[in-house]
Design a protein around this ligand. Structure first.
Ligand SMILES: Cc1ncc(COP(=O)(O)O)c(C=O)c1O
Length: 383
């Protein structure tokens, strides 16, 4: 079946006793055993819950993986993956990435002796150079990157990593399984902040991952149960419901993003637009080859830092809020919001300047969104 069909019917045939078309929310912490030494397959909801299981299976299915796992947030999913490392191990990480992920590496795992080395993962030579260190056991690639939308060649990176016995992990949050399937490109683990496109309605915080290898999935499931950062059944149900319409939303969001990126590209007060769907973008050709689309995340620089607070105040359709991937269009100021935990000099070097704004394009009418940005930019700092 094609992904649209599989997504629309996520969790739909799981209750033969009633024939319920949507998976029920199993709000049960524990499960009665038929007899001593016997189990229904469910013992305690930290280990396994039928609603969470339905989501985990849907995620594995959407990403063409052997197993899926669902967590209380995207960061909890990343934390689960990092449990595979031990003190002294190194991890190669995309240098331009979500600030919370950077904080997890720098302020939590570094304390336990797991060192992150940041590289430009859009530069395959730089990646290969970093992989030459024998202490490197994992490479973590955010693709496209947040917020600069740089694009990595996942196939080339996975091949180089696997030749060195290094695990490849891809944060696929920005493109969703509808547009990019890293496991098919050779990655070992794919993960998402399900808070974003999978949930899709800005109403739930969740994280998921999928793996190609069942044995690796078992290891990660052990840590999931041992650590306990599982997703509750009500939230699992919300993510599952979101996934049923993922393909429709992503299509509309991407179409809107194209139109907005083109509008911004021609605006006199916009000096730079980062959207990989623009033919001038350095990652356009790679994404055209390895993905089914370019997504709906756009970042852009305005001519004057003084314009940033004015745009954020003036927008009336875009909501000034952190996060992304939902039906509502959001506008974010990365330097002080999503990327505040990255040192100013690093931010500046990566291009996360005090003139950079990031938008997550929703499913609204494109003309309304463009008119909103036009009026917010109009007159610049004098308007
Ligand atoms: C690319 C990316 N990965 C991971 C996360 C973390 O996810 P969560 O906020 O669900 O913990 C985010 C959050 O913004 C993100 O943008």
């Amino acid at each position: 079946m094609n992904i649209e069909t599989r997504l629309a019917q996520s969790g739909s045939r799981r209750d033969p006793s009633t024939g319920a078309v949507t998976v029920p929310v199993y709000n049960s912490a524990t499960y009665r055993h038929p007899a001593l030494g016997q189990s229904t397959g469910y013992d305690y909801s930290r280990s396994k819950n039928p609603t969470r299981q339905a989501l985990e299976d849907a995620v594995a299915d959407a990403e063409n993986g052997a197993r899926g796992l669902a967590f209380s947030s995207g960061l909890a999913a990343i934390d689960n993956v990092l449990r595979l490392l031990k003190p002294g191990d190194k991890i190669v990480v995309t240098e331009d990435l979500y600030g919370g992920t950077y904080r997890l590496f720098q302020q939590v795992y570094a304390v336990y002796g797991i060192k992150a080395q940041y590289v430009d993962t859009s530069d395959i030579a730089a990646v290969k150079g970093a992989l030459n260190d024998n202490a490197v056991k994992m490479i973590f690639v955010e693709n496209p990157t947040n917020p600069m939308l740089k694009v990595a060649d996942i196939k080339a990176i996975s091949a180089a990593a696997s030749a060195k016995g290094v695990l490849t992990v891809v944060d696929n949050t920005f493109l969703s399984p509808c547009l990019q399937n890293p496991l098919d490109l050779g990655a070992d683990i794919v993960l998402h902040s399900a808070t974003k496109y999978l949930g899709g309605h800005n109403d739930v915080v969740a994280g998921v991952l999928a793996v190609k290898d069942a044995e690796l999935g078992e290891k990660l499931a052990f840590y999931q149960n041992a650590v306990g950062s599982v997703l509750g059944p009500n939230d699992a149900w919300l993510v599952l419901r979101g996934m049923k319409t993922l393909h429709l939303r992503v299509k509309q969001q991407e179409q809107n993003a194209f139109e907005i990126a083109e509008f911004l590209e021609h605006h006199p007060l916009v000096t730079n637009v980062n959207y990989p769907g623009l033919k001038t973008h350095t990652g356009y050709n790679i994404l055209k080859e390895q993905a089914k689309g370019f997504g709906a995340m756009v970042s852009f620089e305005v001519a004057d830092a003084a314009l940033v607070p004015l745009v954020l105040e003036r927008v009336g359709v875009f909501l000034f809020a952190e996060s992304l991937g939902g039906v509502e269009s959001l506008i974010t100021f990365p330097a002080v919001q999503t990327h505040a935990d990255i040192e100013p000099e690093v931010r500046e070097r990566l291009g996360v300047t005090d003139r950079l704004l990031r938008i997550s394009v929703g499913v609204e009418n494109a003309e309304d969104l463009i008119n909103d940005l036009a009026q917010a930019l109009q007159g610049g700092t004098d308007g």
